[in-house]
Design a protein around this ligand. Structure first.
Ligand code: ZN
Length: 160
């Protein structure tokens, strides 16, 4: 028997002012995008902003549905918008933020497993790492150098 250790390194910033300017701006855009959330059931609003290699920023917000399994995550809405509008352009970074009026989120909220899988595939598709910026409504900000840090032992096309 042998053991494998998997480690993840996360840069932690006390405030957005400490972030590199383009990521501070991206996080601002994600926060603005919270107003586009449709979350009448959970009131848990999520917004994601993606920065493309051509400088474009696209946002996506979560879209709930009374048939819960139809709900769409903000991250995948944003990634799909980017892929639809600029199918040949790499994604450099994604900023994700949340708002919950019933239970304010003060910790960085991370993407769900499904969104991690789609982020991983997007990295493979364009052969580049996507930086991930996470912040709750307030509090520390996490910056990860690759989406794959969120998904160790990821599944990809090489298995097919
Ligand atoms: Zn998700």
């Amino acid at each position: 028997m042998k053991k494998i250790s998997l480690t993840t390194s996360i840069e932690v910033y006390a405030s957005k002012d400490e972030l590199p300017e383009k990521f501070e701006h991206l996080l601002d855009e994600a926060k603005k995008g919270l107003t586009k959330s449709y979350a009448p059931y959970s009131e848990f609003r999520v917004s994601a902003a993606v920065l493309l290699a051509n400088g474009e920023i696209l946002t996506g917000a979560n879209q709930e549905n009374a048939a819960y399994s139809m709900c769409l995550c903000a991250e995948r809405v944003a990634l799909s918008a980017a892929s639809s509008e600029f199918p040949e352009v790499q994604i450099e970074a994604i900023a994700i933020t949340v708002e919950n009026k019933n239970n304010p989120v003060v910790a960085p909220a991370a993407p769900c497993g499904a969104c991690r899988q789609v982020l991983s595939e997007t990295e493979d598709r364009f052969n580049n790492k996507i930086k991930v910026i996470l912040q709750g409504e307030s509090g520390e900000i996490y910056l990860l150098n690759t989406a794959k840090d969120l998904l160790p032992l990821f599944f990809d096309g090489t298995f097919l």
